[in-house]
Design a binder for this molecule. Structure first.
Ligand SMILES: [Zn+2]
Length: 336
C-alpha cells in the first residue's frame, strides 16, 4: 500500500514509481489546482525515492528508510511548505536549507530529496534556486508543486519536468470523500462531489461541513426523544447513532450543549428571538412544552454529563462506553 493507497492519478503514480525505481536525479513539478492532492503524491514519491526496496507501487513501507520517513526524522528529505510566521518563505531559508544542502551527500538513503511548495516562493527565492534546479547533483531530486504556474518564473518552468495532475472521476471523488468522512450517507457524499468542481479537497471540506450539520440534526432528534424513551432505546439505538460519528466527538458534544442551551432559553424566555438551532425551533419548543418536569437545574446536570464524556475521551476511554454512559445519565435526568 504505497501509491495504491492514493485514489486516482493512475498514470502519474505508475510514472513516479518507475522514476523512483530508476533513482536518477531530476527536477519534477506537480501542477494542478489547490486541493487536488499534489502534496500527497509528492510525499509518496519522496518516500519511494528514500526506500531501499522500492517496487512498482513505490515505497515498501517496512525498511528502515521508510520508517524514518514516516517519523519525519530523516535528514535526506527537506520539506519547504507554508511558513508559520510569514506569508512567503524567506530567501535566506532557501539559500541555507535548500541550495547549500543540495550539495551535500545523502546520509542514509541513496537519494536526497527536496519537496518544495512553490505557492510560497516569491521571485527572489525562485531565482536563488535556479542553478540548483538546472543541474541537480547526482542523487538529488527536487519535487516541486504549484497550484498556479503563472506565478512560477519561466526560467524555472523551462528547467522542470512538469507533471500535470489528471482530473478525477466522480467515482474517485466519492471514494476519497468516503475515506475522509466515514459514516457519511451516500446521498450527502454525492452532493459534496457534485458541488466540488471536481476538486477532492473541496469535496472533503463540503462533506465535513455537511456531516457537522447532520450530527446536529441527529443529536436534536435524540434529545427531543429522550424523555419518552426507554433505557434500552438509549443503550442500543442512541449509542449506535453516536457511534457512527466517532471521529467527531467534539461536534457531538457541542451539538448536545447547543440543544441544552436552546432548551434553557425557551424555558426561561419562551418568546426569545433567536436560538442556536433556529431551523429546528419547533421541535425544541415542543420538547420544552411537553416536558414541564425539565428545568434549568436538570439541564445543568446534562451539561455535566457532556463534560464528563469529553474528559473521558481525553484520557482515551473507549468511545462507545463513554457515549453510552453520557446518554444514560442524560436519560436518567430527563426521563418522565
Ligand atoms: Zn522501504
Amino acid at each position: 500500500m504505497a501509491f495504491s493507497s492514493i485514489t486516482g492519478q493512475k498514470q502519474i503514480k505508475i510514472r513516479l514509481a518507475a522514476e523512483a525505481q530508476r533513482r536518477g536525479s531530476g527536477t519534477y513539478m506537480l501542477t494542478g489546482p489547490e486541493g487536488t492532492g499534489k502534496r500527497l503524491l509528492a510525499e509518496e514519491f519522496a518516500k519511494a525515492l528514500m526506500c531501499s526496496d522500492a517496487g512498482p507501487d513505490g515505497a515498501c513501507g517496512v525498511c528502515s528508510n521508510c520508517r524514518y520517513f514516516d517519523n519525519c526524522t530523516t535528514p535526506d528529505v527537506t520539506r519547504v511548505y507554508e511558513p508559520s510566521d510569514t506569508k512567503m518563505v524567506k530567501v535566506d531559508f532557501i539559500k541555507d536549507r535548500v541550495v547549500a544542502e543540495s550539495y551535500l551527500k545523502p546520509q542514509f538513503a541513496r537519494t536526497k530529496t527536496f519537496i518544495i511548495d512553490f505557492d510560497y516562493l516569491g521571485v527572489e527565492s525562485q531565482n536563488a534556486l535556479l542553478k540548483s534546479l538546472e543541474e541537480p547533483l547526482k542523487d538529488v531530486v527536487f519535487i516541486l508543486t504549484s497550484s498556479n504556474t503563472d506565478a512560477v518564473l519561466d526560467t524555472v518552468m523551462s528547467r522542470v519536468t512538469e507533471i500535470r495532475l489528471d482530473p478525477y472521476s466522480d467515482e474517485e471523488l466519492e471514494e476519497i470523500v468516503r475515506a475522509n468522512c466515514p459514516g457519511l450517507e451516500d446521498g450527502k457524499i454525492k452532493t459534496a462531489v457534485y458541488n466540488s468542481g471536481k476538486i477532492p479537497g473541496k469535496a472533503i471540506s463540503l462533506a465535513r461541513e455537511d456531516s457537522g450539520i447532520s450530527i446536529r440534526h441527529e443529536i436534536n432528534s435524540i434529545m427531543t426523544a429522550m424523555p419518552a424513551s426507554s433505557y434500552i432505546d438509549v443503550l442500543e439505538d442512541f449509542t449506535e447513532v453516536l457511534s457512527g460519528f466517532k471521529d467527531d466527538a467534539k461536534i457531538i458534544a457541542s451539538s448536545i450543549l447547543l440543544f441544552l442551551d436552546d432548551a434553557g432559553r425557551l424555558i426561561n424566555y419562551p418568546d426569545c428571538r433567536k436560538i442556536n438551532n433556529e431551523n429546528e425551533r419547533e421541535a425544541i419548543e415542543k420538547f420544552v412544552a411537553s416536558n414541564k418536569h425539565i428545568d434549568t437545574i436538570k439541564l445543568g446536570r446534562c451539561t455535566e454529563a457532556v463534560n464528563t464524556f469529553l474528559r473521558a475521551l481525553e484520557v482515551n476511554s473507549n468511545f462507545d462506553s463513554a457515549a453510552s454512559a453520557m446518554l444514560l445519565r442524560i436519560h436518567e435526568v430527563l426521563k418522565k
